[in-house]
Write a protein that binds this ligand. Sequence first.
Ligand code: PDD
Length: 283
Amino acid sequence: MSRTVYVNGEYLAEEDAKISIFDRGFLMADGVYEVTSILGGKMIDFAGHMKRLGRSLSELDMAPPETDDEIEAIHRELIRANDLVEGLVYLQVTRGAADRSFVFPEGVKSSLVMFTQVMNLTQAPAAKTGIKIISIPDIRWGRRDIKTIQLLAPSLGKMAAKAAGVDDAWLVEDGCVTEGTSNNAYIVKGGKIITRDLSPDILSGITRRAVLRFAREAQMEVVERSFTIEEAMNADEAFVTSATTFVTSVVEIDGQVLGDGTPGPIARRLREIYLDESRKTAT
Ligand code: PDD
């Protein structure tokens, strides 16, 4: 069935939606995006995603395409028009269409594209089994704190994982894990939750922020520091967080099984808390 999507001021059937071939998103990956999860037809942490979008735009000197209120209204209309109960709303802003040039064009309006995607978030099989990962070099650029649409490196990472017969990859730079291809990475050792501290090396996950807050509120100890793959392979537990995976256990790293090879208690507890809180606070 055809979805209703949004392109630059219009709601259209997906097959009628069009973007210029001169759009700088298409030509240069000159754009940013957000993925907001939908649970029970409501948005999880919409304010957090809007705040990060604002930061991504300002770091790249890109004009906001609409006001925050208008962007919220578009999210709601797409959820309604597509009867979306569980899944995501994808939002992409690019610098707009202009003759190809490395220099930013002046006076060009940003493009805004949004669409919904149905996804089974709460009952994803990986939530029960956990995921297996490999480690690979982090070949991305140096501003991973900006959520840009340049996703070829993470895409190659997922393909390397697929070729290795596992689910995902963790990225390693200067001997330490930065993050997952599309999620933040954590290990648990002796009851401590360890995750890399925020810097331009990683994306400041909206789910990360919520999960660390819930962990601290539940009296769990959180340490924000870098860790190596060797440390991860010897951890009691490991997990990832993102808008679409919530909290998902990692049960194998580079062939090394963690614990008994099933999701560990801390990751399971954090997923439970995250889901409960998200159901309560989704808007
Ligand atoms: N990815 N790190 C990277 C590199 C990511 O791409 C993502 C999200 C995260 C987690 O951020 P958040 O908790 O705000 O979703 C961390 C999205 C889901 C995606 O590209 O589909």
